[in-house]
Write a protein that binds this ligand. Structure first.
Ligand code: ATP
Ligand code: MG
Length: 176
């Protein structure tokens, strides 16, 4: 019984930690900002919640896409090399889809100039007030420009797109 109560309490802590994120995602479509910057430490359920938001949008017939940043960066490199095919298609989809989730933003430590330009361009395109974007990351806003080689231009765009970060708190869901 004591054990059961402990598990129930832990689950409540985890779900409480996600409350702001759930509200921000629910408000995204109606909200004033076209983006949400969802950040928190590993295992807090950022990808899980963002996936659910994307699936819910699909169920309502809204064209949506969830990609990891490293997939976008690989496509950017391929497109610049003229590989065409899936690289061009993925970049075009990311730039224009109604709801985009860009997961694991900032996880690739070193990016090339071509990749940096592609990310800047992506965020510029996502500023379109008809589009909605979820940026999922472990990087808090203070470290956005400093912590990676992404630089001030991208940090400025991300803040313009998403406004203040939404923090996911609580314990690591992966620890049972
Ligand atoms: N509200 C929830 N209900 C049930 N399971 C959840 C919930 N939130 C997260 N999980 C589970 O917790 C695990 C970790 O979540 P997730 O992968 O989304 O973490 P994350 O914050 O994206 O971590 P990382 O920063 O390492 O990518 C997942 O396996 C997911 O199934
Ligand atoms: Mg994740």
């Amino acid at each position: 019984m004591v054990e059961l109560n402990r598990h129930a309490e832990e689950r409540r802590d985890k779900e409480d930690g996600q409350a702001d994120a759930i509200a921000a995602l629910a408000n995204l479509v109606a909200g004033r900002r076209p983006g949400v910057y969802l950040w928190g430490e590993t295992g807090r359920g950022k990808s899980w919640l963002a996936d659910r938001a994307v699936m819910a949008a699909w169920d309502r017939g809204i064209p949506s896409l969830c990609i990891r940043e490293r997939e976008f960066l690989q496509a950017a490199t391929g497109a610049a090399r003229g590989d065409g095919g899936w690289c061009d298609q993925l970049i075009a989809a990311a730039r224009s889809v109604s709801l985009l989730c860009l997961d694991e933003f900032g996880r690739t430590r070193r990016i090339t100039e071509v990749q940096q330009d592609a990310l800047d361009q992506l965020v510029d395109d996502r500023m379109d007030p008809r589009l909605r974007t979820i940026v999922v990351t472990n990087i808090d806003r203070e470290h956005l420009a400093a912590d990676t080689c992404r630089g001030a231009t991208l940090a400025s765009r991300i803040v313009g797109l998403c406004g203040p970060p939404v923090f996911i708190d609580g314990p690591d869901w992966r620890h049972g």
